[in-house]
Design a protein around this ligand. Structure first.
Ligand SMILES: Nc1nc2c(ncn2[C@@H]2O[C@H](COP(=O)(O)OP(=O)(O)OP(=O)(O)O)[C@@H](O)[C@H]2O)c(=O)[nH]1
Ligand SMILES: [Mg+2]
Length: 457
């Protein structure tokens, strides 16, 4: 049981392709009556209930003797389908009207409209996917970067699941030996050499810690790398924003305080998505609208992965240093970079003096390749730890708790605790690791995992 929905008890359907006009659309039907219900409307070479699994049939969707569309029916027999149930995927011509006719005919015959993520939820409950794989499906659909999509695909294929299983097996082996000790407790033997045990625990702890630590990198791959473009008014933030976007998105003018609301746009560099946020120039002002813009800038900076401080180099290299220092002090965890802009105004500018800064002109385009290269490198560095899984908040929390239990077990070993007491902490770590893949789950967990899905998935 999941919530009030009894899994597999009813037959569900939904458009599995994006809504709107397109060449093709697919309506997916899953559940015990999938074949029977589709057979009411589909007329092809064979009757659907008699069709073999993994076959496709051409025919017509017919409602009350009216041909609605020529269609194909792809047959998947339980358990060999995405959901593990009987599934029919009806391929028809893409278009709002046809799809609506097909779904309405099914709904009027007792098929229910699927909730968001319900197909994948059924797949999970029927053991076709574990929870990390289900999460990978959502990540794959929403992936903003090529690397993110590739990682989600690896997660979907079960790489992470296998790694978790390995960790758990290692711990289960230890538990087995510790429990043997219990049986022989009279004789005071130690089946598990304590030095080896300490080493094993430490290895597993660092493996878990390292994986949990990739949560931020995973978020960058999932949602993009966020760069806040900040600086004093009129230094050329919006000009730089436009130059990187290669179009005139933001208003540029020589009046300080031009940008008030923020603007956010995405650029792609080598398969990574980078969200650039142009912000209101920071200065002390009495203007209420501008003040609101400045307040907004602060909250935008908090959510960014890099602060790009734009300086008007024609006013001096160090013109923005106090702003930079202020930002570094307030946002200690976020890296900063200074962009020396408007160098076209300074003939003979010696770029070699700016070892850490990027030197460019938003107006002439000079130095912009260097800036793009810098951004790309920054994304690469921030995502380098990710291999086979896009750790999300749920998984990171469970991993950290598991590592905590193992740390407590490790202190126990150091303090000379007996095997049965050590086993308690190790067992709790095993359970937490199991929860990542969804071995024991409750409706709330499933609710939050599947709420990220769209209808039809
Ligand atoms: N010569 C030169 N002028 C520039 C350059 N970049 C921007 N400007 C000019 O500087 C002025 C301000 O540019 P904006 O891009 O609006 O500056 P901003 O930092 O967004 O300003 P606010 O939104 O008011 O904070 C405009 O007149 C731009 O044309 C540059 O690289 N070289
Ligand atoms: Mg601006």
């Amino acid at each position: 049981m999941v919530g009030n929905t009894k899994v597999g008890s009813d037959t569900i359907c939904a458009l599995a392709t994006p809504p709107g006009v397109g060449g093709l659309a697919v309506v997916r039907v899953s559940g015990p009556k999938a074949f029977e219900m589709c057979d009411l409307f589909f007329q092809g070479g064979v009757r659907i209930p008699h069709a073999e699994g993994h076959t496709i049939h051409y025919g017509w969707w017919i409602i009350e003797n009216q041909r609605v569309d020529s269609a194909t029916a792809s047959i998947f027999r339980a358990p060999h389908s995405y959901t593990g149930e009987d599934v029919v995927e009806i391929g028809c011509h893409g278009g709002v009207f046809v799809v609506e006719q097909i779904t309405t005919s099914l709904l009027s015959s007792g098929v229910r409209l699927a909730q968001p993520g319900e197909f994948t939820r059924r797949a999970f409950i029927n053991g076709k996917l574990d929870l990390t794989q289900a999460e990978a499906v959502a990540d794959l659909i929403h992936a903003e970067s090529r690397v993110g999509a590739q990682t989600a695909a690896r997660q979907l294929s079960g790489g992470f699941t296998a790694r978790l299983a390995n960790l758990r097996q290692g711990l289960l082996d230890v538990i087995g030996l510790l429990e043997l000790e219990l049986d022989f407790s009279e004789e005071d033997v130690e089946f598990v050499d304590r030095t080896t045990l300490l080493r094993t625990l430490s290895e597993i702890i660092s493996d878990i810690d390292a994986t949990a630590a990739t949560a931020h990198s995973a978020e960058v791959l999932r949602a993009g790398f966020h760069v806040a473009v900040v600086g004093y008014p009129n230094v050329g933030k919006s000009s730089l924003f436009n130059a990187l976007l290669q179009r005139d998105r933001a208003i540029v003018s020589d009046v300080p305080g031009t940008t008030r609301d923020y603007l956010s746009e995405v650029i792609f560099l080598d398969g990574y998505s980078i969200h650039l946020v142009d912000t209101a120039g920071l200065r002390s002002t009495e203007d209420q609208v501008e003040l609101q813009g400045i307040a907004l800038t602060t909250s935008l900076i908090e959510q960014s992965d890099l602060i790009m401080v734009v300086n008007d180099a024609s006013l001096g290299r160090d013109h923005s240093v106090s702003l930079l220092m202020d930002l570094k002090g307030r946002f200690t965890d976020i890296p900063t970079v200074t962009i020396q802009n408007k160098i076209d105004l300074i003939p003979g500018y010696d770029a070699n003096l700016d070892t850490d800064d990027i030197v460019c002109s938003a107006q002439t385009g000079k130095g912009l390749d260097g800036l793009r290269g810098y951004l790309l490198e920054a994304v690469r560095v921030s995502t380098s730890g990710v291999s086979d899984v896009l750790i999300n908040a749920r998984q990171a929390h469970l991993l950290r708790s598991a590592a905590e239990s193992l740390r407590s077990a490790r202190s126990g070993v150091e303090g000379g605790l007996t095997g049965d007491l050590l086993a308690v902490d190790i067992r709790s770590a095993i359970r937490l690791l199991g929860d990542i893949a969804g071995e024991s789950w409750n409706p709330d967990v499933l609710e939050s995992v599947f709420s990220r899905f769209c209808i039809g998935k």
